[in-house]
Ligand binder design. Sequence first.
Ligand SMILES: *[C@@H]1O[C@H](CO)[C@@H](O)[C@H](O)[C@H]1NC(C)=O
Ligand SMILES: *[C@@H]1O[C@H](CO)[C@@H](O)[C@H](O)[C@H]1NC(C)=O
Ligand SMILES: *[C@@H]1O[C@H](CO)[C@@H](O)[C@H](O)[C@H]1NC(C)=O
Ligand SMILES: *[C@@H]1O[C@H](CO)[C@@H](O)[C@H](O)[C@H]1NC(C)=O
Length: 240
Amino acid sequence: MMSQTLGVLALLLLTLADCQVIRYGSEVETETTNYGPVTMVVDNLAEIAVNVSDGTTIQLEEKMNRTRLNIAGNIEVLTANAMAQLSDVIYETNQLVVSNPDCNPAWSLDELNENVTHQLGGCTDDLGSLLEDFRLQGQLALARVQEFVQQIAQLPVKCQMLGAAPLNALAPAGGSVCFINAMAEINLGMAQSMHNASLLLVQTHQTAEDQVELAQLCCAMVVQQIGDYLREEQDQCRQS
Ligand SMILES: *[C@@H]1O[C@H](CO)[C@@H](O)[C@H](O)[C@H]1NC(C)=O
Ligand SMILES: *[C@@H]1O[C@H](CO)[C@@H](O)[C@H](O)[C@H]1NC(C)=O
Ligand SMILES: *[C@@H]1O[C@H](CO)[C@@H](O)[C@H](O)[C@H]1NC(C)=O
Ligand SMILES: *[C@@H]1O[C@H](CO)[C@@H](O)[C@H](O)[C@H]1NC(C)=O
């Protein structure tokens, strides 16, 4: 994704640089009469660059959205799986208790549900924090990339203002020199911000994978512990 953008931007710079060479080589004296076409080239190139960058930004946002949904989905599935694994033994035990008033258990169904919910919530706490951190950092990283797209969009106006100073015979050339230089700088910043965003995605994926594994173990332990507890309660109930 990134290399494709960089390629297109580099191509734009080369195109403009070529125009520049031709202009300097053969047309310096007639610069002022060609103001229009140069401006149109710059406008057009800026628009193409913005279009390409917008596409890249949307792809980045889609990836970030998928990552967020993925983590949130993992939290839900882990919790729902553990609940499903416990539901039978909870139901059985409750039936047994209800049909044997002598059992007098040391727990209530509500308390037990609350306990399980609380413990499973603890198991997915780290994933929840990761999700929240990523939501914030992802937004910042995306905003950083979008800032550079904005800067490209503003370039034609910005560079014409510099180049169109009255009495400046080289005005149009000044405008595209300004554009080339500014694009090179923006290109660098954009590459860096895309790199940062990719890094954030990669690191978040890796961390999420590790934490899903830990959360799975943690949930399995809760299921085991609550299951054991309830089976013991059932034994005691049957003996009473
Ligand atoms: C940029 O995108 C807009 C909207 O999608 C489109 O109308 C326009 O023709 C595109 N410009 C260039 C130079 O590709
Ligand atoms: C990403 O998600 C946000 C919030 O849910 C939504 O507003 C936005 O349109 C999504 N973007 C893409 C590119 O899917
Ligand atoms: C409820 O949770 C605590 C830990 O938070 C645990 O020590 C206790 O045994 C649990 N109760 C039951 C009935 O499993
Ligand atoms: C990229 O990340 C580095 C290190 O966190 C930071 O110093 C730099 O400003 C970031 N660059 C951009 C363009 O966001």
